[in-house]
Ligand binder design. Sequence first.
Ligand code: SF4
Length: 459
Amino acid sequence: MGSNQKFKEFVMRTAESVADLSQREKVAYAIDKYEESFATGLSRYSKLTVARQRAGYLKNKALNELDRYLIEFEDNFTSNGGKIIWARDAEEARDEIAKMIKKRGVSKVVKSKSMITEEIHLNEFLINKGIDVCETDLGEFIVQLAGDKTFHIVTPAMHFSKKDVSTLYAEKLSAPENFTPEEITQFTRNHLRPKFAEAQMGITGANFLISDMGGVAITENEGNGLLTMSVPKTHLVIAGIDKLIPSLENLDVFWPLLASHGTGQSVTAYNSIITGPRKEGEFGGPEEVILILIDNGRTNILAQEKQRQALSCIKCGACLNACPVYKLIGGKAYGTTYQGPIGAVLTPFLLGFDEYSHLSFASSLCGKCDTVCPVIIPLHNMLIYNRNYAIKNGFKAISNTRRVKWFTKVSSSRKLLDLPSSSLKNMIVGQIMKKSWGKEREMPKLAEKSFNQQYKERN
Ligand code: SF4
């Protein structure tokens, strides 16, 4: 940690975000609103802990027997008429998509909100190939229009105020100034409708892959996902191998937990289960459904007994909203697809500890994330395991190691702790901590006398 470029960029972005008071105000406002809805969402449960335990158990069961569930899912999905392509990493997935698009002469694509397409940088890839890619989720649409990055795994445009969005629409879409949120929604709807009809391919992610029926469960609030998957001729689903759940009946626990922890709703507005292409005699639906199942580093996590449980994440975003670090620095500072506590656990395994181990250190370890997680992932323990893994495997900052050695030496020496001159001690600490403390904050002063000295004097 610390010596690499990614770490330096992270520190720079973090400093910028912390200094951006306007962004902090917008994030605080959005999370305050979320917290109210979240409390309402949880209050609907009479036995929340039981539901969380059951959800955690089911996801862990699917992970521990993933080989069996993946085969069962593949059998069922293909016998429903769907096609599965396995991809080891992002490059393989993108290559497959490129072949698919070429073969079908696709020039226009509509997308519903999907984190895995961001993980494999699909939009950039398709746009470079000359494909017209249109995000249809309102938040993602705003982010795409602004040429920005997703800020949060559930609310991608959290860092935009109503005014920001209205100004953006006026600039980019020649919409009237000072649009209200209702007008923005209506305008976006009218803007997007023809896109669905023109697109030859609709791309979605998946919230859950249901093993015993070979179905893909997709949940959303706007209905744009429903249009994305049903209007174009080809529906392409992209999902990680961690999305498996054993059975259709398990949705009774997962759908409400995802809704209550994601947005505070009792259940999300649109919940679809895709079981293959349009059948003979059916009126609507795509002519073909293709699923790309991606590993992209997930088996690296699966191989870690202690961190494996992180794959049971259902991407509700609750741990981000609870995290004091996320609240302060926001989503973009992480520079990764998955932010907050879960991002800090997953990303080093997905993208490499050599460049991303610093994320597991960017936490106060307060443990609030554990208390809100609907599948009871012990996130703060996992951050500690990751730190341990990073240090044991040599991914550590030289400067950090020196600092820890220095601290150990000083704190175990009575003579040094009792040094008579506090100004000298303040100077030494100030010098050592200068870089990490930053210019914006004033370094607290050490007490005139050590605790030991004061204790002796009083007694
Ligand atoms: S780790 Fe838990 S709280 Fe965080 S996004 Fe995943 S499921 Fe939600």
